[in-house]
Design a protein around this ligand. Structure first.
Ligand code: GDP
Length: 439
């Protein structure tokens, strides 16, 4: 399939300038003309060659030039990469020279990847995984995003689409049969068990979103405890920087304070909350309610006990919770405090490294297996998978084969929108505008 784009796009695809090397990327039908005018000839495809880049008589720079011939390129059209010296003036002069060529223009954010999608080089989940790879800040995020580029989602959803097609064929056969007028159709029992097993498969797959969220958005660790128990000081000790406000007056943290950490390769969002205590002050009460709410959606709760009467927060089922005996520097060396708590001191640093290890181990327990299978990794995927399930369930309930067939078609359509097999024009702006220019 020939690329439908008639203009050629260019962008600086490497990072901030100045840099040792900068990469300028060009894609579109005018690539060969660009190569000829800058270097005198089109090099053999997929070979890195050293060339002088010229603007007429003027030498711009010496460059490594690589030509990728359509369709075997990232975008599926003719592409070229110029690896030049990363000086601001060098890059500016090359871009300016290129932009003077006819039918060439600066690329918009994500435009190379959008062309790759339109030309069938990647599916939408692949494009999203690529965006995640570029945004990855931790090792676990990188690994998950890299694995998600291997078309595993396209294969899984393709397989489910094939099952839906099979069900539709059964229903349509039933339709033809009832058309003959011999037997009135009494529902479509054949699809009941097929639809049931597909629905169970999708439901299991949907459960994986919680794990994918932990890796992409972070493992949520919430510090709770009475005012002045040392929560803000511990947050600072864990983050090894002063981010939270530490004060000796009780009740100063009203809104939860978040710090993002990389703990053993996992993104961890550590939240300091307002101290928990009975209070008449309506504003402090809001802070306490927010703390309880934050604990309710945590992946791990760290409860600080400084030896005073604790304020009980009901434990949410399934959320791991650890007791920490804070200000351990004020205790006798062997004293663990009540409830067998782990000793921790933001003053001496006792227990801080062990606590980071514990957080890392819990994050690994919750998300360490994330790369092993295809999981939905965007809210968009979840929404469309839930839509697929809804239509499948509706298909089974229909008495009329026509209506069952329509529900199955809608189920298929929802699935196809995840990978972008069908028209998804309305989604593209949203997905690709999040990329940087040059990608
Ligand atoms: P929060 O209200 O729970 O966030 O508590 P803060 O972190 O603001 O600390 C309250 C008070 O306890 C401050 O005066 C801190 O200096 C003090 N503090 C916090 N952590 C420790 C600790 O590990 N050892 C000692 N001795 N004092 C601490």
């Amino acid at each position: 399939m020939a690329s439908p784009f008639t203009d050629t796009i260019i962008a600086l695809s490497s990072g901030g300038l100045p840099s040792a090397v900068a990469v300028v990327r060009v894609s579109g039908p005018a690539v060969r003309d660009c190569l000829t005018s800058l270097t005198g000839a089109v090099p053999a495809p997929r070979h890195a060659v050293l060339r002088s880049l010229r603007d007429g008589e003027d030498l711009i720079d010496e460059s490594i030039v690589i030509f990728f011939e359509a369709p075997a390129s990232f975008t599926g059209e003719d592409c070229a990469e110029f690896q030049i010296h990363g000086g601001r003036a060098v890059v500016a002069r090359l871009l300016e020279t290129l932009l003077r060529q006819p039918k060439l223009r600066a690329a918009e954010a994500g435009e190379f990847t959008r062309r790759a999608f339109v030309n069938g080089r990647i599916d939408l989940t692949g494009a999203e995984a690529l965006a995640d790879l570029i945004d990855a800040e931790t090792e676990a995020q990188r690994r998950f995003a890299a694995e998600n580029q291997d078309r595993r989602h396209a294969e899984l959803y393709g397989n489910w689409r094939a099952q839906l097609l099979q069900m539709r064929a059964l229903v349509e056969a039933d339709l033809d049969f009832s058309d003959e007028g011999d037997v009135a159709s009494a529902g479509v029992p054949e699809i009941g068990s097929l639809a049931g097993s597909l629905v169970s498969g999708i439901r299991v797959h949907l459960q994986g979103y919680a794990t994918a969220r932990i890796i992409r958005d972070g493992f949520r660790v919430v510090l709770i405890g009475p005012p002045n128990a040392g929560k803000s000081s511990l947050l600072n000790a864990l983050a090894q920087q002063d981010i939270a406000i530490v004060t000796e007056f009780a009740g100063t943290t009203r809104d939860p304070v978040n710090v993002v950490l990389d703990v053993m390769g996992y993104k961890v969002v550590l939240t300091d909350t307002a101290g928990l205590r009975e209070t008449e002050d309506p504003i402090e009460r809001i802070g306490v309610d927010k703390s309880v709410a934050a604990a309710g959606i945590a992946d791990l709760i760290l409860e600080l006990d400084d030896g005073r009467e604790p304020y009980e927060v009901a434990a949410a089922p399934g959320i791991p919770r650890f007791m920490l005996r804070s200000k351990s520097d004020l205790l006798q060396p062997d004293c663990l405090g009540a409830r067998d708590a782990m000793r921790i001191s933001s003053v001496t640093g006792e227990g801080v490294d062990e606590l980071l290890e514990l957080i890392g181990a819990e994050a690994r327990k919750a998300g360490g297996h994330v790369h092993m299978a295809a999981l939905p990794f965007r809210a968009r995927h979840v929404r469309l998978l839930e839509e697929t399930v809804r239509h499948l369930e509706d298909a089974v309930c229909q008495q009329e084969p026509e209506l069952a067939a329509e529900e199955l078609r809608l189920a298929s359509r929802a699935l196809e929108r995840i990978t972008g097999t069908i028209d998804v024009e309305d989604l593209l702006g949203e997905i690709f505008s999040r990329f940087c220019v040059g990608k």
